[in-house]
Design a binder for this molecule. Sequence first.
Ligand code: ZN
Length: 355
Amino acid sequence: MPSGIPIFFSDELARFNFGQGHPFTGDRFLKFMDLLKAAGLGDRLDVRGLRHATHDELLLAHDESYLDYVEHLADVGGNLTLDTPVNRDVMDIQSLIAGSGLDAAKLLVEGEVSIAHTFGGFHHAGRNYGEGFCLYNDVAIVAKALHQNHGVEKVLIIDTDAHQGNGTMDIFWESQQVLFISIHQDPRTLYPGRGFAHEVGAGVGRGYTVNVPMPPYAGFGHYERAMDEIVVPVSRAFEPDIVIRNGGSDPYVGDELTLLSLDYDGLAMLGREVREISDQTCGKLLDMMVSGYGPSVIYGWLALFCGVEKLDIDYKAHSPPEYKGSRGFPENVLDEMLDETIEDVKKYLEPHWDL
Ligand SMILES: [Zn+2]
């Protein structure tokens, strides 16, 4: 077994740049590695290099015509959507991140490690579209590779990003080999406007898509309840062969693009809950973080990382004071909204899962 915590990283990631004023900044990766060192974790990491995903690997989740289109945009300059410009660097780095996910998955399948970390989670890219800062859906590419190249039967994806993982959902909409669970801010109030409770998949995949739309302003207790009442029992009943978690720090209360209210302890709790699911089922967890907007990004990542790794360190010791602004709905209103959400989700899952 390796001596440290496997994390796929290279200085090259700093080239990730959508242009001035874009909320997704490429400085996050190096800053986070510095933060891990400041938190005393530098010696405990097993840093692995990156390699590009091959064209055939990208084809696991995307159409040839779409890949050609992305290449074309990178050459001439242009956007996939208003918020998603394409340039060589971003294309290159997203390919490296997909490659790192594939390498991490291999380590897990071969039993070399039980947890691995990548800076991935580009979950808004679908088979023939890209949007929401996402060109190549590394989550889906890895899940497909696990199944097709490694013979893994059941892949569980738990998407804890504040935004719903529409690309991943679409790709596995009719699959029962991949259980896709997304817990996210209510799609009526946030991009991508997908991920309602009634969206449960189709064909043999019916019941293998689970959406938990959290009311805006939901915080620690609300998330903990949704995890315990829906995400954990469905995950365990699926009996996965491997777990992929994706999602960065954008459910954080201080995030600049979203309206949720998780504090750092809440992010750590999410990481811990997913780790528990992995420990109690297959003991293989691929963890991906890339999202987060504003100055709190890397501190939220640290809390998540510590939760997943069950590290008993003071992850708040190196962060600026926590966001103290009020985003409050009255608690009782929020509780009622969550009651309705959970009831709704259970209603749609009832034919498929014993909850
Ligand atoms: Zn997000």
